[in-house]
Design a protein around this ligand. Structure first.
Ligand code: NDP
Length: 304
C-alpha cells in the first residue's frame, strides 16, 4: 500500500512526485515510456515562458526538472504497462501480474497528437513523415512538402518549412483557417505556400519513402495527386484518458474534469497536467497543478 501512485512522468507527474516526496508521502510513479519527460521530448522550440528558466527545447528543460531525481526518495518505475485500474478501490493491475494499491491516485497521462488515420501515415514514419518543422527543417530543405491542419501548429510549421522548402501545400478540411491572425496573415504574401481549404488528404503515397499525397477537394470532386517528399500532420491533440473514462467524469472530448483542488469525480483520485487542462495546456500549469494536488493529498492524509 502506497500513500500515492502517480500515473505518468511528464512535467505534471514529476512535479507531483517531487512535491509528495517533500511532504514525506510514500510515492510511486508509473511511466509507460522508457524515459520520464512525456511531451517535453517533443518540444523542439525554445521555451521562453517558464518562470525563471529558459531552455533551447524540451530536452534541455527536462535536464533541469530531473537534476534531483537521483536524490529523490520516491519510487519510479518506467516501461510499466497498466492492465486495468479500479479508481474507486484505488487499485492498479499491471500486465506483469502485479497488483498495486494506494490511498490516492494521481492521473498525469497527458495528451498525444491526433492521428489522421490515412494509409501511409504510420508506414512512412521515419521515411518522409515530418515530426516537427523546427526539428526536421534541415532534413527537408529543398524538398516539396505537404502539411495537414488549420490551427496554429499547422500554420506555424508551414511558415517555418517555407523558409527552406520550395513549395509547402497546406491542406485544411474547414472553410477558414483556425490559426491565430498573427500566423494566418503571414501565409498570404508567402508565394511558396499554397492553401487548399475544404480539402482532405486521403492517402500518403510512395514505395520505400513518401513520394506524394492524394488530396480530395470538396465532396464529389475527383481526388488528385501531388508529388511531395515530406508530410506533416498537425490536427490537434487528444487526452490520454481512455483507461479511466468509464469510471470518471470527463468533458465531451475526454479531458478529465477536476475541481480547484485537482480532484476528479472519484474521491482521492486526482488529475493534473494536460489530461485535465484543455484550456491552458502549458508546462507552468502542469507543474503548478502537481504542487496543488500533492498539498491536498498530504493534508487529507494528515487529517486521517
Ligand atoms: P487545434 O486544435 O488548434 O487545431 C486543429 C486543426 O486540425 C483544426 O483546424 C481542425 O480543423 C483540424 N482537424 C482536427 N481534426 C482533424 C481531422 N480528423 N482531419 C483533418 N483536420 C482536422 O490544434 P493545433 O495542433 O494547431 O494546436 C494545438 C495547441 O497548441 C493549440 O492550443 C495551439 O494554440 C497551440 N499552439 C501554439 C503555438 C504557439 O503559441 N506558437 C504553436 C502551435 C500550437 P477544424 O478547424 O475544421 O476543426
Amino acid at each position: 500500500m502506497h500513500d500515492v501512485i502517480i500515473i505518468g512522468a511528464g512535467p505534471a507527474g514529476l512535479s507531483t512526485a517531487f512535491w509528495c516526496d517533500g511532504l514525506s508521502l510514500d510515492t510511486l510513479v508509473l511511466e509507460q515510456a522508457e524515459q520520464v519527460g512525456g511531451q517535453l521530448h517533443r518540444v523542439y522550440n525554445p521555451i521562453e515562458n517558464y518562470l525563471g528558466l529558459k531552455a533551447r527545447n524540451g530536452e534541455e528543460l527536462l535536464v533541469h526538472f530531473t537534476k534531483d531525481l537521483d536524490a529523490a526518495e520516491f519510487d519510479l518505475w518506467t516501461q510499466v504497462e497498466i492492465e486495468s485500474v479500479d479508481l474507486k478501490a484505488r487499485r492498479i493491475s499491471l500486465r506483469s501480474g502485479e497488483a498495486l494499491q494506494a490511498i490516492a491516485i494521481v492521473i498525469a497521462t497527458g495528451i498525444r497528437p491526433r492521428e489522421l488515420g490515412v494509409p501511409g501515415e504510420k508506414e512512412f514514419i521515419g521515411k518522409g513523415m515530418i515530426e516537427s518543422g523546427a526539428r526536421d527543417r534541415q532534413l527537408f530543405a529543398g524538398k516539396d512538402v505537404c502539411i495537414v491542419g488549420g490551427g496554429d501548429a499547422a500554420v506555424e510549421n508551414a511558415l517555418l518549412l517555407a523558409e527552406v522548402c520550395p513549395t509547402v501545400t497546406l491542406v485544411h478540411r474547414g472553410k477558414k483557417l483556425r490559426a491565430r491572425r498573427e500566423f494566418a496573415e503571414r501565409l498570404q504574401p508567402n508565394n511558396r505556400i499554397t492553401v487548399f481549404t475544404e480539402s482532405v488528404l486521403t492517402r500518403i503515397l510512395g514505395k520505400e519513402e513518401v513520394e506524394g499525397v492524394e488530396i480530395q477537394r470538396k465532396e464529389g470532386l475527383k481526388p488528385f495527386q501531388l508529388a511531395v517528399r515530406g508530410v506533416l500532420i498537425r490536427i490537434g491533440v487528444e487526452p490520454n484518458s481512455e483507461l479511466f473514462r468509464e469510471q470518471i467524469a470527463t468533458n465531451e472530448k475526454g479531458y478529465i474534469t477536476v475541481n480547484s483542488q485537482h480532484e476528479t469525480s472519484v474521491r482521492m483520485v486526482f488529475a493534473v497536467g494536460d489530461v485535465s487542462n484543455p484550456i491552458a495546456p502549458t508546462i507552468s500549469s502542469a507543474t503548478g497543478a502537481g504542487a496543488t494536488a500533492a498539498k491536498v493529498i498530504a493534508s487529507r492524509l494528515n487529517a486521517r
